[in-house]
Design a binder for this molecule. Structure first.
Ligand SMILES: Cc1ncc(COP(=O)(O)O)c(C=O)c1O
Length: 441
């Protein structure tokens, strides 16, 4: 039933990762979307500075994707994925494999980033067990890491509010690398910061503490997005790769945000030239038009599990909606669109203008750091005394009121527009942020 103000009854929906009471007292509702813009329920155009939630990489409501989903919904709405299949699922897997770094060409489908992360962790455990190293059960994440909200993901994740309520029920054999954020050394770095490669050596300390024979996998976001845009220091991921390889530990890159063009290549792995053993992904895989995710797995990891049993099911894991026909149709149409419009290259070509526009905010009051890579920027603000996060929250609201959608985490504003953004819109986006920051200073 509609409330007197024309809005629906807001009381029943328990909103995710939202201050529910605050939101419902001042709702921000979106009605439609096209290309670079949302339209709010009160008819305002809002420039999408965040690709929805880092996911609508090709822009909104693209005809090709809409048509593919519509066609598929009419032709076959659902097909079971256990012991049965449908051609689009296999085609989508081939298309995804074609974009992954060489060797990661076995694809397991999920419906979200959280599911992809938990699937990747389970594959790591299954791999070691299949090779007779079932004692390798320890998983290493990183402080400030975000790997979704499953019990696996929050256990290896390192954002404390996401963990503390559930602290008694986290996975037992987990350790964490230190995060890589250091304002003193790296503030206002453009692209990968120069300082911090040696932080990867902490893995040697963790390995020595637990013994390598107990460690299954290390999982990191190549660029940590949700915690507030932390760019990997130069040489850091290379060192993690070398250390994991030395001890037979699998390296998982969580590319839920960085996959599908965000940095200017299909994956961060490709862009940064470091190849992990598994990649978890979601979001941009289907342009967020249908929930979808996947894990790309190195062939020998897959083969160890799948060829490791005499017969029957090899891996006791999967989702009712793994490779759902609508998701498969959306993935195929999305990947086709990325290719046809050369969107990953476009992102790479726009990155210098984006970097310059982001760093033009350096002298704005309360800006204490600006970080960027590809089409991602983080603008860190000085926290207000006794009210961490309040300044960024106010900036977010004011940007929204001024027709711009950004995200914020703590006191960092994050920007990650669709890859179809025009240079003039990049200028507009950062000018709006700058004006808002000056206003609230
Ligand atoms: C790196 C990373 N992993 C996992 C997730 C979780 O994805 P989802 O919300 O689709 O479960 C996210 C979401 O932002 C993410 O950024």
């Amino acid at each position: 039933m509609n409330a007197p103000n024309g809005l629906p009854d807001l009381s029943h929906l328990w909103m995710p990762f939202t201050a529910n009471r605050q939101f419902k007292s001042q709702p921000r509702l979106l009605a439609s979307a096209k290309g670079m813009y949302y339209t709010s329920v009160d008819g305002r155009q809002i420039l999408d500075g965040t690709s929805g939630l880092w996911c609508v990489n090709a822009g909104h409501c693209r005809d090709e994707i809409v048509q593919a989903i519509t066609r598929q919904a009419a032709e076959m709405d659902y097909a079971p994925g256990f012991q049965l299949g449908h051609p689009l699922a296999f085609e989508a897997a081939s298309a995804v494999a074609g974009l992954m770094p060489q060797g990661l060409d076995r694809i397991f489908f999920t419906n979200s980033g959280s599911e992809s992360v938990d699937t990747a962790l389970k594959i790591a455990l299954a791999y070691h067990r299949a090779r007779g190293e079932g004692q390798r059960t320890r998983l290493i994440g990183r402080e400030r890491g975000y790997h979704g909200v499953g019990f696996g993901g929050i256990s290896v994740g390192g954002i404390s509010p996401n963990r503390k309520t559930f602290s008694g029920a986290l996975l037992p054999a987990v350790d964490h690398l230190p995060h890589t954020h250091n304002l003193e050394k790296n503030a206002f770095s453009k692209g990968q910061p120069a300082w911090g490669e040696q932080l990867a050596d902490e893995l040697e300390r963790i390995v020595a503490l637990h013994d390598p024979s107990t460690i299954a996998a290390v999982i990191v976001e190549p660029m940590a997005g949700s915690t507030g845009v932390l760019i990997p220091p130069k040489g850091y991921l290379e060192r993690l790769r070398a250390i994991t390889a030395k001890y037979g530990i699998l390296l998982i890159f969580d590319e839920v945000i960085t996959g599908y063009g965000r940095l200017g290549a299909a994956t961060a792995s490709e862009f940064l030239g470091v190849t992990p053993d598994l990649i978890s992904m979601a979001k941009g895989i289907s342009n967020a038009a249908v929930p979808a995710g996947a894990v790309a797995v190195k062939r020998d990891v897959h083969d160890a599990i799948v060829n490791g049993v005499q017969g029957g099911i090899e891996f006791f894991h999967g989702y009712t909606y793994s490779a759902h026909p609508l998701a498969a149709a959306a993935i195929l149409a999305t990947l086709d669109l990325y290719k046809r419009e050369n969107l990953f290259t476009r992102a790479r070509e726009l990155a210098p203008a984006f970097e310059a526009a982001a760093h033009s905010l350096k002298a704005v009051p309360n800006v204490i750091d600006i970080r960027n890579i590809g089409l991602v920027a983080g603008i860190e603000l000085a926290p207000r005394e006794g009210a961490p996060g309040a300044r960024a929250a106010e900036a977010f609201q004011k940007c929204f009121d001024n027709g711009l959608m950004v995200r914020y985490t703590g006191d960092t504003i994050a920007v990650s527009p669709p890859l179809i953004i025009e240079e003039a819109q990049i200028t507009e986006l950062f000018q709006k942020i700058g004006n808002v920051l000056k206003e609230i200073a």
